[in-house]
Unconditional design. Structure first.
Lengths: 167, 426
């Protein structure tokens, strides 16, 4: 029945241990659809981003349609709909951080990593820097997320050292 | 203790007692500090008796709305026929607010204990703690604490699960949060039906904020009278509240105060006031969704639900954003509107269009291309964005715009008259 897995290049995500992990997740909810957000998190962890083929696989595993899954994926900002750099950096520039110099932190990150523009990936494939709304750590301006590492009180002066550390 | 600063003598330390104390994060450390005693006590009580104590304490929802917690719990069906759910709102995303993050970071077991007590009170067999996707550290700490608590078997028959959000401010709205757990887009639902009648998966549900639930074990243990006694001004506002202070102050951070504490003393005595050589210009006292206060209003405000309303704003989530005289209010209000434009779920026209157009108009004003009629246009749009949509995101965008134009009109007019250097945005 699967039209999803016909392409030889596509390696399904939900097999073996990853499928077992999803089965454990499914036990927390009364229906399969409720496991959609956790399933997408698992898929992104395994594959780096959520492609159309992954959406189709998730849909099949959870008994949903690919269009429904895409509708959910596009609602949330944290699912990548295209490949991103090895280091995905989210910089808060909402008002409380903004008045504490968040835009300078963003500029410093863009220039030190060579990413150039917010949302673009650096030519070496190592960095994608994005501007995000409130990260919920306003008293520690400016907070940034490098992949899963939440880093507080970043200043333009600290950027060079952080870029060296993650490069 | 205290984090990131040592607790100030003017604070009333209840929830924040173990902030900065890493040992309190562990199950053993928590039990050593008297943790889980309140839960054991509550599990021996009739659910209604637990609710009565919370009702009597005067505890009100700390997420922003300030609805009486015990009363909310009584809305659950009297006769239990179906599964009941508890949802814990840990989707803290309101600009200026970072208190729930600190609770989960330092005292994860306080939240788990409060969650289990609340679940018992509303006779819920399952509780979902919805943590925003960006809170990676609180997620890790909460996961570990939950594992430990499960291993120790402290929850009785109640199942507690964590559910990770994926980047959407609107999922902090209770019905959007339920949709998000159900694997849907986080669109708020039309009420009624209210969650207690038809909530998560269509079943009776109560949604409580992290800070609200963290206060519950203390109330059970020390009694409603003790909690009610924590009150400096209006008896309708009781207990302590965590205030997150950010922006232009010397010591930003979370501070725990008895309800009714003067905002001026918080900003100057505890937070050290604005940076050296600067003066206070404005303050948003309850997270970005509430009206802006001028310096005079700020200094006359008492921090409780009624006190902040009296000076023209709302207590909200207790996220205090401070602006000194260097802040460009037009730019910052535009930046807030941009936040709401980004976060609008786009279901309602007034919100989808209103948040986007108010942002664009303010960008135009900042770029020196504003028109004389723009301020009236912004006010007109704001009026149409207020009280007309499924949820209050649209109203929240209008609040800083309307109060900003009213109180800092001169700054807008300076851009319109070409008296300020244009700022290119975006």
């Amino acid at each position: 029945m699967s039209t999803v897995h016909n392409t030889t290049e596509y390696q399904p995500v939900f097999v073996g241990k990853v499928m077992d992990e999803l089965q454990t997740v499914l036990q927390r909810y009364p229906n399969k659809q409720a496991a959609l957000l956790p399933a997408l998190w698992i898929a992104q962890r395994e594959h780096g981003w959520i492609s159309d083929l992954i959406m189709a696989e998730v849909a099949e595993v959870l008994g949903l349609t690919p269009a429904y899954v895409k509708g959910v994926v596009t609602f949330y900002t944290m699912y990548h709909q295209h490949p991103v750099g090895k280091n995905f950096v989210q910089v808060c520039t909402t008002s409380p951080c903004n008045i504490c110099g968040a835009e300078d932190v963003l500029k410093a990150l863009l220039s030190h990593t060579g990413a150039g523009d917010a949302g673009a990936t650096s030519p070496d494939g190592k960095w994608t820097i994005v501007e995000v709304e409130c990260l919920g750590a306003c008293g520690f301006a400016t907070p940034i997320l490098i992949n899963d590492d939440f880093i507080e009180s970043v200043t333009p002066e600290r950027v060079a050292e952080l870029v060296r550390k993650y490069r | 203790m205290g984090f990131p600063h040592k607790s100030h003598p003017k604070e009333t330390v209840v929830l924040s007692q173990y902030f900065g104390d890493a040992e309190a994060r562990t199950y053993k450390g928590w039990v050593k500090r008297g943790g889980y005693e309140a839960l054991a006590q509550a599990l021996k009580m009739e659910p209604n008796a637990v609710t009565d104590i919370v009702k009597e304490s005067g505890l009100r929802g700390r997420g922003g709305a300030g609805f009486p917690t015990g009363l909310k719990w009584t809305f659950m069906p009297k006769e239990k026929k179906k599964t009941h759910y508890l949802c814990v709102n840990a989707d803290e995303s309101e600009p200026g607010t970072f208190k729930d993050r600190e609770i989960m970071r330092w005292t994860p077991h306080a939240l788990l204990e409060g969650t289990a007590i609340a679940a018992h009170a509303i006779r819920a067999e399952i509780a979902y703690i919805y943590i925003r996707g960006e809170f990676t550290e609180p997620w890790t700490i909460m996961s570990r604490a939950l594992e430990e608590a499960n291993a120790a078997g402290v929850f009785g028959g109640i199942k507690v699960y964590l559910h990770r959000g994926a980047g959407a401010y609107i999922c902090g709205e209770e019905t959007a949060l339920m949709n998000s757990i159900e694997g849907k887009r986080g669109n708020p639902r039309i009420k009624p039906p209210f969650p207690a009648a038809a909530g998560l998966f269509g079943l009776p549900t109560t949604i409580n904020n992290v800070e609200t639930l963290a206060a519950v074990p203390h109330i059970i243990k020390r009694g409603a009278a003790w909690y009610k006694g924590l009150c400096l001004s209006n008896p309708k506002s009781t207990g302590t509240k965590l205030f997150s202070v950010c922006g232009h102050v010397q010591r930003p951070g979370n501070y725990e105060l008895t309800m009714g504490f003067p905002l001026k003393a918080l900003l100057y005595d505890i937070c050290g006031g604005p940076p050296q050589g600067r003066t206070l210009k404005a303050c948003i006292p309850g997270g970005s969704s509430v009206p802006i206060l001028t310096r005079e209003e700020t200094e006359a405000t008492l921090l409780d639900y009624e006190g902040v309303v009296a000076t023209g704003s709302m207590l909200g989530s207790g996220g205090v954003i401070v602006f000194d005289d260097s802040a460009d209010m037009v730019y910052q209000i535009m930046r807030l509107a941009k936040f709401y434009a980004h976060e609008s779920c786009a279901q309602c026209t007034q919100c989808r269009e209103g948040t986007a157009w108010t942002t664009k108009i303010m960008e135009r004003i900042l770029a020196g291309q504003g028109k004389t009629k723009d301020l009236d246009l912004l006010l007109d749009l704001s009026e149409n964005m207020t009280g007309k949509t499924i949820c209050v995101l649209s109203d929240s965008c209008a609040a800083p715009i309307v109060s900003g134009i009213k109180k800092f009109r001169g700054e807008f007019e300076a851009y319109l008259a070409g008296k300020r250097q244009p700022v290119m945005v975006g």
